[in-house]
Design a protein around this ligand. Sequence first.
Ligand SMILES: *[C@@H]1O[C@H](CO)[C@@H](O)[C@H](O)[C@H]1NC(C)=O
Ligand SMILES: *[C@@H]1O[C@H](CO)[C@@H](O)[C@H](O)[C@H]1NC(C)=O
Length: 248
Amino acid sequence: MAPLKTLITVALVSAITSIANAQTPNGYVPAVQASLNVAYGSNSVEPAGELIPRPETASPPSITTPIFRSTDPGIIFMIDLDVPRNGNRVTLLHWFVPDVTFSPTGELSIPVPDGDSVAGAPYLQPSPPVGDLPHRYTFLLFAQPENFSIPDDLPINPPTSVQDRIGFDIEAFIEEFGLKAPLAANFIQVQNTSGTATMTFPGPSPSATESEAEPTVSMFDGGASKGRDGMSAGVMAGLLAGIFGVLL
Ligand SMILES: *[C@@H]1O[C@H](CO)[C@@H](O)[C@H](O)[C@H]1NC(C)=O
Ligand SMILES: *[C@@H]1O[C@H](CO)[C@@H](O)[C@H](O)[C@H]1NC(C)=O
């Protein structure tokens, strides 16, 4: 008669394991199980969601992955999910690099976007406002589709100001450029508790409080991003007119 108890134990263990293995925050879409090895200096982010002291994040991390060795390039994103704006939480694109190349050892060679010949959005250090909850910064690695080229007028290539990075919609981007599911992911958290808050903050974003047991539901409205113009609209969707502070 052991089986029932055993089964329950197995189910529990695998549920716990799957939570432990999730490489993207609870409720985040796209959800990713495969781990991207993100290292700030000598500190490898482990487990996913590790709280990293902000001073360690001044320079972009080095990234390796054991699971994707390819002569085809990849694309990397780093996205803050918790930027307070007008009483809500919105995203902010911290880093976007296409044409990432893979060495046989899984080491990634990540170009440095320069706003000119090298595409992408330069790395922006996490700077959550004093007194806010820890912000979640999610790293996603995608295979770059064949013939991938980003329009010069895409607001994130490169961003002309931080404003262009706000409200970045990864699902609209995936749809528009035909990206497949991410190859691997990871995330860090960064918090600033070194002073007194100068503002009141909205509650955590829904994805931060969602129970792991509930199905993740994509909020993306595919109809919004069929064409080029749709894409710009999608990526810009969260752009909130007006007020802008240094709260990312
Ligand atoms: C916290 O934020 C304040 C104000 O922006 C900044 O001066 C300080 O360096 C930050 N501290 C850390 C540890 O990031
Ligand atoms: C990429 O471009 C080449 C040359 O224009 C073309 O032959 C090929 O079919 C394209 N591949 C895809 C996936 O569109």
